[in-house]
Design a protein around this ligand. Structure first.
Ligand code: A2P
Length: 347
């Protein structure tokens, strides 16, 4: 008989939490029980699930008793506090925050790229940053054939990456501007409606922001390529929930446009959108709500004989966060690895 699991969502009321609920409902994850956890602000709220309304509980020391799997998406400091408590109570945690991603013993997993990294987990598995997941999905299959030496990425990131309140803020700002009023800012430092700005995460001593360094360090870890040369410029744009990325790849030897298209056509998690006659390529509006990352505008880099340009759009909340986490959970279940950390053995 197929095993089923007791699952808790930490951050259930957030943008990613709501998507996790929908994915658990619509995919056939073997669920025995579901618990919704958030901050004390959400006490008393209920959320719809499979025709019922489930209560949202404030997370506490007792929240993880009799829980097999925690899907956490409530920010880094919340994860740092509660993930160890959950593991201690016997649960496996798939964490969507940056809290543990670069820890050597924590697998950082994109199921289409490095599923084998799950085999020796010790209770916490990290879900990569959204821009990293989307880029990894598109670059990995090409890297298997052409060996990528250098990646230069520019991102066009939607409001959803900053959470549900940020999405509301952009809509409110758009209304205000259209009515001739000054847009107010609370989540973002500047108005995002009818504007864009370089990603506002903290800068390091070289002037790179945290988001850019996530793309660098996380991609290297996922690819198992510590020396891969990567640089990125991350920009927030007034799009609600799908990120776009322009990626320049330099290979060891030339990879033709035709070969790249053939590879991407059959790669998992990707849909090739490449209609030069209609000038139709990936757009965030068409990536929204999709499981696949849309990839297109594949061109030879005219400035380098071994260079290729690609363009992609992917739903930040879905494949960039919730779907990737649920796919990790499905893999853990299939490998019989959803059990307390010290008992996990790959089958
Ligand atoms: P709450 O709605 O009670 O504030 P988003 O990324 O969309 O902003 O969502 C963040 C999620 O993380 C929400 O579900 C939020 O719950 C939850 N959250 C934020 N801070 C905490 C905390 N200290 N403890 C538990 N959950 C938290």
């Amino acid at each position: 008989m197929q095993k089923s699991y007791r699952v808790a969502i930490l951050g259930a009321t957030g943008a990613v939490g709501v998507e996790l609920l929908e994915l658990l409902q619509n995919r056939s994850f073997p669920l025995k029980d579901l618990k919704l956890l958030a901050s004390p602000r959400s006490a008393g709220r209920t959320m719809p699930f499979q025709g019922e309304r489930l209560p949202v509980e404030p997370v506490s020391d007792c929240s993880f008793t009799n829980v097999d799997l925690v899907l956490a998406s409530a920010g880094s400091s919340t994860s740092k506090t509660w993930a160890p408590v959950a593991v201690e109570a016997g649960a496996v945690v798939i964490d969507n925050s940056s809290a543990f991603r670069l820890e050597a013993q924590v697998p950082l997993v994109v199921p289409e790229v490095n599923p084998e990294a799950l085999n020796n987990h010790r209770g916490i598995i990290a879900n990569p940053n959204c821009t990293t997941i989307l880029m990894a999905i598109a670059v990995w299959p090409l890297h298997q054939v052409g060996v990528v030496k250098r990646i230069v990425a520019a991102t066009y990131q939607s409001a959803s990456g900053a959470g549900a309140r940020a999405m509301e803020e952009v809509k409110t700002q758009a209304h205000a501007i259209l009515q001739g009023r000054r847009p107010e800012t609370e989540v973002f430092p500047y108005p995002l409606a009818f504007n864009l700005f370089p990603h506002n995460s903290p800068l390091n001593h070289l002037g790179y922001c945290e988001e850019e360094m996530k793309m660098v360090n996380e991609t290297r870890k996922i690819f198992g390529a510590a020396d891969l040369r990567i640089t990125a410029t991350c920009v927030r744009v007034p799009v609600l929930r799908a990120h776009s990325e322009a990626i320049n790849l330099e290979f060891e030897t030339p990879l033709t446009v035709e070969a790249a298209k053939e590879i991407l056509k059959s790669a998992p998690g990707i849909k090739l959108v490449e209609d030069q006659i209609a000038n139709h390529f990936p757009m965030p509006i068409e990536a929204t709500g999709q499981d696949e990352v849309l990839v297109g505008r594949i061109r030879q880099d005219i400035s380098h004989p071994c260079g290729l340009e690609i363009w992609l759009c992917g739903d930040q909340i879905r494949k960039g966060a919730a779907l990737n986490a649920v796919q990790i959970a499905e893999l853990l279940a299939a490998k019989n690895l959803l059990q307390p950390a010290n008992m996990a053995v790959s089958s």
